[in-house]
Design a protein around this ligand. Structure first.
Ligand code: PEP
Length: 247
């Protein structure tokens, strides 16, 4: 049985005041949720979010981490620093990191190794661009991203994979439930061929313009175990409605 998981990716949004307001509304609203819940604010709001989420069902994670353990890497944040702070989760390989920061599959793999060593639970993002989908390359692209990030890793039993078609992120376009299910089934099948992964138990999240209005039909698909939510995670009622749909 895979427990539903809903994760909010706040991206580069927020202020101390908005974090207070958002978590002040969200944490009581999800007190009785059956789904597992996490929010991923920016690094500078992690400590505040951890304080506000203490004793609630909402766990806290980061949106990235360094592939290096420590040292002279100006601007980087080590996985150990995140777990020392109290974070449980880290998002890796988000398409915005791949697009704007030239993250390769090799770099995502190195970050995953660092995250696992630090005891973080990683959410590895994969997904094709619109052009790749139109060219019929979606499965090939996603399969290569999975192989590149996951092959030869140890400690993958808590892995979470997020399928986020790039063309659906922040665009208002959502993959149809059937498109998402087809890719999730392909991902589960691909994971089964990677050593050290229990594919049947691995949670697969869908991400890409998930909203209160489309969450239930996505979650009704057999291989969709929850969502990675961007824009709608910034509004407490919207995120709470997605969490409720997952429960
Ligand atoms: C995301 O950034 O992971 C995401 C899915 O964003 P949105 O929900 O806004 O499309």
């Amino acid at each position: 049985m895979r427990r539903a998981l809903v994760v909010g990716n706040w991206k580069m949004h927020g202020s101390r005041a908005s974090v207070d307001a958002l978590l002040g509304s969200l944490t009581p609203a999800v007190a009785d949720a059956t789904a597992e819940i996490a929010v991923c604010p920016s690094y500078v709001h992690l400590a505040q979010a951890l304080e506000l989420c203490a004793g609630t069902p909402v766990a806290v994670g980061a949106q990235d981490c360094s592939h290096m353990a420590s040292g002279a890497y100006t601007g980087e944040v080590a996985a150990d620093m995140l777990s020392d702070l109290g974070c449980r989760w880290v998002i890796l390989g988000h398409s915005e990191r791949r697009q704007y920061h030239a993250e390769s599959d090799d770099l995502v793999a190195a970050k995953l190794t660092a995250a696992i060593a630090a005891g973080l639970q990683a959410i590895v993002c994969v997904g094709e661009t619109r052009e790749q989908r139109e060219n019929g390359e979606a499965e090939q692209v996603v399969g290569a991203q999975l192989q590149g990030a996951l092959a030869a890793q140890a400690g993958l039993q808590d892995l979470v994979v997020a399928y986020e078609p790039v063309w659906a992120i922040g665009t208002g376009l959502t993959a149809t439930p059937q498109q998402a299910q087809d890719m999730h089934a392909f991902i589960r099948q691909s994971l089964a061929a990677i050593a050290g992964i229990d594919a049947a138990q691995t949670r697969l999240l869908y991400g890409g313009s998930v909203k209160a209005g489309n969450a239930a039909e996505l979650f009704a698909q057999v291989d969709i175990d929850g969502a990675l939510v961007g824009g709608a995670a910034l509004v407490a009622e919207d995120f709470q409605a997605i969490v409720a749909a997952a429960g």
